[in-house]
Design a protein around this ligand. Structure first.
Ligand code: ATP
Ligand code: MG
Ligand code: MG
Ligand code: MG
Length: 462
C-alpha cells in the first residue's frame, strides 16, 4: 500500500479524531510567550501550558500535524542535514496528546493499532525501546501487545527521557523503530551501530510526568499526560517503499525542481538535498514572521539561507535560484498550510534579497578560503580566517564549518570566538574615545576594496 504524505497526514488526524481527539491546526514555529525556546521543535510545544496545568482547554485529547524546526536550541539537526537519511531542519510532527486523560497503555495501543492495522506495517519490522526503569511500559509492550522481548530494549536517559528544553515538561518515553532491512548499515537501538540508518526511529511516545525546574529538580505534573510525535517524512518513506526521507514525494519534487532551476543534472547530489530541506525551513520561518538579521531567530534564518545559497553555488548556479523554489513548495504544501500560499510573494522577495546580498561576497570569500586551505599545515582552519570570512564576507561560522567538513577539516572555534571578543573590545574602546566605530570600520575596509559603495554593502552582510 503506497500512500502520499498528504494522505498519511490526513489518515493520522482522522484516526485520532475518531477516537475523541480534537483536531488542532499547526501553530507557528515561533513559540508564543515562551522565552525559553527558540523554535517550536515538537508537536507538544503549543500545549506546553496545558501540560503544566496553567492553561485549560475544553478538550482533554488533541491531535495535530505541527510544523517543527530543529535548527537551534536544544534539538538542533542542522549539521545532520545532507548526512543522514532521516533528519531535516523543518519537518512535520504528527501527534496525539492526552491532558490528564489516558496514559501509557492506551497511548501504546493507539500507536500499535495505527501502525499495524491502519498502515499495515509488518509487525516483525517494528522494534521498541523503553526507559531503563520503566517496567510498566516494558510489560505493556511485552505482555499486552506481544512484541517479542528480543525486539524491546531498555535505554537510558539520553534517548529515552524526553525534554522539550532545559526546563519544562518532560518524562520517560518509549520509541518505535522501523527496520529498513539489511541492505542498509546500522544496528538496533541500544547497540554500538545504532547511529546507522537501518533502524530508523519513527514515533516517540512520551509519558509526560514532570516539569523540570531551572535547578534540574523534577516537579511532578498535576496530571500524568501523553505527548507523542511521529515524523511525517519518516513514516512517508516507509509507506512509499523508500529508505531515505529525501526520496519521498515531497522531496523528489523539490529536488528535481531545484536541479532544474540551477541547471544541475546530478539528482543524487547532497547539495540538492540540502537545498530541498532548506527551502522548507526558510519559507516557513518567513511565513511565521522571521526576517534575516544578525541575531536570534533572524540569524538562524540567515544562516540557513546562506548555506542553501552556497550549495547552489557548488552546483554551478550563476544567478539567484533559491527564491524560485517557493512556487513548487506552495504547490506541494499550500493546501495543508494556507498561510504559506498567502505569503508566497513575501517569501520570494525576502529570499531573493538575502541571496543577492550574499552573492556579492560569496565567491570572493570562497576563493580566500580555498587559498587558506591550500596552505594549511594541519587539518584545522584557524580562528582568524573563520573570523575574517564572517566579518568581511558574511560567512556564518557554521557555514565555514560545513565547507571544512566536506574537505575533512574542522575549524578552530575557540580562536574564532577569541577574534570576535577582541573585535567587541575594540568596539567598546573606540566608543569610549568618542570614535564612531562604524565609520572607522568602513574606512579600514575601504583601503582593501575598490570603492566606498561596495565596502558599505559588504560591511552590512555579516
Ligand atoms: P533521532 O533520534 O532520529 O534524531 P529524536 O529522538 O531526536 O530522533 P524526537 O525528539 O523523539 O526525535 O521526535 C519525535 C519524532 O519526530 C521522531 O521519532 C522522528 O520521527 C521525528 N523527527 C525528529 N527529528 C527529526 C528531524 N530532524 N527530521 C525529521 N523528523 C524528525
Ligand atoms: Mg534527534
Ligand atoms: Mg531518538
Ligand atoms: Mg526520539
Amino acid at each position: 500500500m503506497s500512500m502520499s504524505s498528504a494522505e498519511i497526514r490526513e489518515t493520522f488526524l482522522q484516526f485520532f479524531a475518531e477516537r475523541g481527539h480534537q483536531r488542532v491546526p499547526s501553530a507557528s514555529m515561533i513559540p508564543g510567550n515562551d522565552p525559553t525556546l527558540l523554535f517550536t521543535n515538537a508537536g507538544m510545544v503549543p500545549f506546553k501550558d496545558v501540560f503544566l496545568g496553567t492553561d485549560k482547554r475544553n478538550y482533554q485529547r488533541a491531535t495535530s500535524a505541527q510544523r517543527c524546526l530543529r535548527a537551534g536550541g536544544k534539538h538542533n539537526d542542522l549539521e545532520n542535514v545532507g548526512y543522514t537519511a532521516r533528519h531535516h531542519t523543518f519537518f512535520e510532527m504528527l501527534g496525539n496528546f492526552s491532558f490528564g486523560d489516558y496514559f501509557k497503555q492506551q497511548a501504546i495501543e493507539f500507536a500499535w493499532q495505527f501502525l499495524t492495522e491502519v498502515l499495515k506495517l509488518p509487525k516483525q519490522k517494528l522494534w521498541v525501546t523503553v526507559f531503563t526503569e520503566d517496567d510498566e511500559a516494558y510489560d505493556i509492550w511485552a505482555k499486552h501487545i506481544g512484541v517479542p522481548e528480543d525486539r524491546i530494549s531498555r535505554i537510558g536517559e539520553k534517548d529515552n527521557f524526553w525534554s522539550m528544553g532545559d526546563t519544562g515538561p518532560c518524562g520517560p518515553c518509549s520509541e518505535i523503530f522501523y527496520d529498513h532491512g539489511e541492505d542498509v548499515w546500522g544496528g538496533p537501538p541500544g547497540t554500538a551501530e545504532e547511529d546507522g540508518d537501518r533502524y530508523i526511529e519513527i514515533w516517540n511516545l512520551v509519558f509526560m510526568q514532570y516539569n523540570r525546574q531551572a535547578d534540574g529538580h523534577l516537579e511532578p505534573l498535576p496530571n500524568p499526560s501523553i505527548d507523542t510525535g511521529m515524523g511525517l517524512e519518516r513514516i512517508s518513506a516507509i509507506m512509499q517503499g523508500v529508505h531515505s526521507n529525501y526520496e519521498i514525494d515531497t522531496f523528489q519534487r523539490l529536488i528535481s525542481d531545484a536541479a532544474a532551476v540551477i541547471g544541475s543534472d546530478d539528482k543524487s547530489s547532497k547539495s540538492l538535498r540540502v537545498i530541498a530541506d532548506h527551502i522548507r525551513s526558510c519559507s516557513f520561518l518567513i511565513v511565521d514572521g522571521v526576517t534575516p538579521s544578525n541575531e536570534g531567530r533572524g540569524y538562524v534564518l540567515r544562516r540557513i539561507i546562506r548555506r542553501a545559497v552556497r550549495h547552489g553555488h557548488l552546483l554551478g548556479a550563476n544567478e539567484p535560484f533559491f527564491y524560485k523554489l517557493v512556487d513548487s513548495l506552495v504547490e506541494l504544501m499550500g493546501e495543508a498550510y494556507p498561510e504559506l500560499a498567502e505569503k508566497a510573494q513575501t517569501i520570494a522577495d525576502v529570499l531573493l534579497r538575502e541571496e543577492q546580498q550574499f552573492a556579492k561576497t560569496l565567491a570572493r570569500g570562497l576563493a580566500i578560503l580555498a587559498d587558506e586551505v591550500a596552505n594549511l599545515s594541519n587539518d584545522v582552519i584557524p580562528g582568524d580566517v573563520v573570523f575574517k570570512l564572517y566579518d568581511t564576507y558574511g560567512f556564518p561560522q557554521d557555514l565555514t564549518a560545513d565547507i571544512a567538513r566536506e574537505k575533512g577539516l574542522s575549524i578552530d572555534v575557540e580562536g574564532f570566538e577569541k577574534a570576535m571578543n577582541e573585535q567587541r573590545k575594540r568596539a567598546q574602546q573606540a566608543s569610549q574615545f568618542g570614535i564612531d566605530y562604524n565609520q572607522q570600520l568602513k574606512t579600514d575596509k575601504k583601503s582593501a576594496f575598490s570603492g566606498y559603495q561596495q565596502v558599505a554593502q559588504e560591511s552590512q552582510v555579516i
